[in-house]
Design a protein around this ligand. Structure first.
Ligand code: PLP
Length: 389
């Protein structure tokens, strides 16, 4: 079976992991700050806070921005559930902004219209979480302009997008946002096994997230309410969590980061190969990449424009029978049973729903061979054309 995504681990990665296992530190040693420093250098941001998952990073980002009960947070329905759940962890209410089908990203027009409406109704969001779908940045300039106009925070969910660029700058620079979150799950661009990070240019937000990732406990005298009892002293000053990344994961992350540009280049080469192959297919429409974006191509998605929801299902099943583990990203979050219990229903975000009924994620990862990619093309063209109207 050809998977839709796969990690790339080489001998250098294995060596640093083994070396770290043999060192004095398995957790909270030098590897985590070293990885964080590499992340800030790569992305051009002031601070990076490494944690045990992007889900934790999203939660910390919401907390650091003060998201709480009676607040509203908006995100994209075309994402993994974690993009929305983080607001609910804080007791806030979640709402969604529909997508543009050509990129799978939040529609700036829909956002603009929804904000104007929310202003009238007194339901403006405290924060927006745009998701850089498949590795392509959202239109961050337009989003930042609206954030200023309507006074909300912006957390970029860049779980798909490390190694990508927006207007020549690395995703993660936080030029147009308060915080940017990455995931290092093995299906993503680089991996620490489980892991994530939150980047920011704001000292206070970074300090908050560092504190909250480890129980709200500090050993920094300046953050304490009284003189230390002695050199062993620490204080819990807030209610935090254990969201820490360990040294083994961080060492792997730093080693992976060295290869990030190469991984993204290989992903782009394969994506170009697919794009060329599908150019003359009028029933197959790949997602579009905007001129001001360099996608990290976490996912390669096509839309079967002649498919119905039944033939879409048949296409995925047939691809899997032929050894191609095609997938669908994403089931719209608002249609998940949990979100339906909150009052969301079919029809709420029609573009995300229509998109879901036609989207097919094809295999894309650095070690996918040209022969495998050609097999994916031939098989996909055959199946989709056969099932299309
Ligand atoms: C993978 C993913 C997450 C969650 O990442 P974890 O590191 O597994 O917690 C969040 N948002 C998006 C868009 C993702 O793809």
């Amino acid at each position: 079976m050809i998977p839709y995504g796969r990690q790339s681990i080489d001998e250098d990665d294995i060596t640093v992991v083994v070396d770290t296992l043999k060192s004095s530190w398995l957790t909270q040693g030098p590897a985590v700050p070293a990885f964080e420093k590499s992340l800030t250098q790569f992305c051009g941001a002031e601070h990076a806070v490494a944690v045990n998952s992007a889900t934790s990073a999203l939660h910390l980002a919401c907390l650091a921005l003060g998201v709480q009960k009676n607040d509203i947070v908006w995100t994209s329905p075309n994402s993994f559930v974690a993009s929305a759940n983080c607001a609910i962890y804080c007791g806030a209410t979640v709402d969604f902004v529909d997508i543009e089908s050509d990129t799978g990203n939040i529609s700036v027009n829909a956002l603009d219209a929804k904000l104007a409406q929310a202003k009238k109704q007194g339901t403006l969001p405290k924060a927006l979480i745009p998701v850089h779908f498949a590795g392509q940045s959202c239109n961050m300039k337009a989003i930042a302009t609206l954030a200023k106009k309507y006074n909300f925070y912006v957390i970029e969910d860049a779980s798909h997008a490390i190694g990508g660029k927006y207007c020549e700058r690395p995703v993660g620079s936080c030029q147009y946002s308060d915080i940017t979150v990455f995931s290092f799950h093995p299906v993503k661009i680089i991996t620490t096994m489980e892991g994530g990070a939150a980047l920011t240019n704001n000292d206070e937000l970074a300090r908050q997230m560092q504190l909250m990732r480890s129980h709200g406990v500090t050993a920094n005298q300046e953050e304490m309410t009284e003189e230390p009892h002695g050199p062993w002293y620490y204080q819990q000053v807030q209610l935090g969590f254990n969201y820490r990344m360990n040294d083994v994961e961080a060492a792997l992350g730093k080693s992976q980061l060295v290869k990030l540009e190469q991984f993204v280049k290989q992903r782009n080469e394969l994506a170009s190969f697919y794009n060329d192959a599908f150019k003359r297919q009028d029933k197959i429409s790949p997602l579009k990449v905007m001129p001001d974006c360099y996608s990290s191509y976490h996912l390669y998605v096509i839309r079967g424009t002649g498919l119905s929801s039944d033939s879409h299902k048949a296409a995925i099943e047939t691809l899997r029978e032929k050894g191609i583990f095609a997938h669908v990203h994403y089931i719209p979050i608002h249609l998940q049973p949990f979100y339906q219990t909150l009052g969301f229903k079919k029809g709420d975000y029609p573009h995300a729903e229509q998109y879901y009924e036609r989207a097919i994620t094809l295999p894309l990862y650095p070690s996918l061979t040209k022969e495998e990619a050609q097999y994916v093309v031939d098989t996909t063209v055959d199946i989709v054309n056969r099932l299309s109207r």
